[in-house]
Design a binder for this molecule. Structure first.
Ligand SMILES: [Zn+2]
Length: 268
């Protein structure tokens, strides 16, 4: 009971405070596929399925976890970072040490963002992380949310919903596939509702294997969802490319922001 109340409190605080709201200007509905932690199967199985459908995804990597055996399976190696980019996917930040977005002190969380960026530049000079996803709890503390937003064009959270009308760039909502693994109809409904609402639907998962961890999904489910997404008259793009569509079409920067946005700062 206490845990549930705590979880709700965190989700509310994370969603409501320190927002960076923009009005969505995309001409077409959007879907993005994202993988947290970048286990090898996300590229070898998930990435292959995306490529077979002619689309690409976003891989959120914690460079401090490279080559490790984790609950989501073996994490990728340096060679896979290069491979993922050469296949047209996006690499995003997930902090260097895979820090819990709520339980980590904001200062340590920010240090881990900077460390991940430095590690990326040393491994692949000239590369940057444009977007990030909040690790573990996916609910940042207000200070963490505000500081993190300054480092990236947008930050992905959870929330099990799509983004419609306006989007908080410091807390972009996503839908974890594994939470509806026994009810794919719910996922397909959301794809359709997103199309009708001209929204931005981001799918998240981790490993893609026949025997997935509790954070991953099977190739079958992943293939079904990708195939529905591609066939739904929707643009399927990595997060940073989809964001450009969301921001596109605005001739005047002021038009992008909802009333709650205060120029030069963050709304609360
Ligand atoms: Zn993670």
């Amino acid at each position: 009971m206490l845990e549930r109340v705590q979880g709700k409190y965190r989700r509310t605080v994370a969603a409501v405070l320190c927002r960076r709201l923009v009005k969505m200007q995309n001409a077409m509905p959007l879907i993005s596929f994202t993988f947290d932690d970048f286990p090898l199967s996300a590229l070898e199985v998930g990435g292959k399925i995306l490529r077979q459908h002619g689309v690409a995804g976003t891989y959120y990597v914690s460079l401090g976890l490279l080559d490790r055996e984790e609950s989501v399976g073996r994490i990728c190696s340096v060679v896979h970072l290069k491979e993922v980019l050469s296949q047209g996917h996006e690499l995003g930040c997930h902090t260097f040490n895979h820090c819990d977005a709520w339980d980590t002190e904001p200062e340590s969380f920010e240090r881990s963002i900077v460390e991940n960026q430095r590690a990326l530049v040393s491994l692949m000079p000239g590369s940057i992380f444009e977007t990030m996803s909040y690790p573990i709890s996916t609910t940042p503390r207000p200070t963490t949310k505000e500081q993190t937003g300054l480092h990236f064009s947008c930050c992905r959270a959870g929330g099990q919903s799509n983004n419609v009308g306006s989007v908080d760039l410091n807390y972009v909502r996503s839908f974890f596939l594994e939470q509806s693994k026994d009810d794919p109809g719910k996922i397909f409904d959301l794809i359709e509702r997103n199309r009708l609402a001209n929204g931005w639907l981001i799918f998240s998962t981790h490993d893609v294997t026949d025997r997935p961890s509790r954070y991953g999904c099977t190739p079958r489910l992943f293939r079904d969802v990708v195939s529905r997404a591609v066939g739904s008259n929707t643009l399927v793009l990595p997060v940073s490319a989809a964001l450009k569509e969301v921001l596109g079409g605005a001739r005047n920067g002021h038009d992008l922001f909802d009333d709650s946005f205060r120029p030069g700062g963050f709304s609360t």
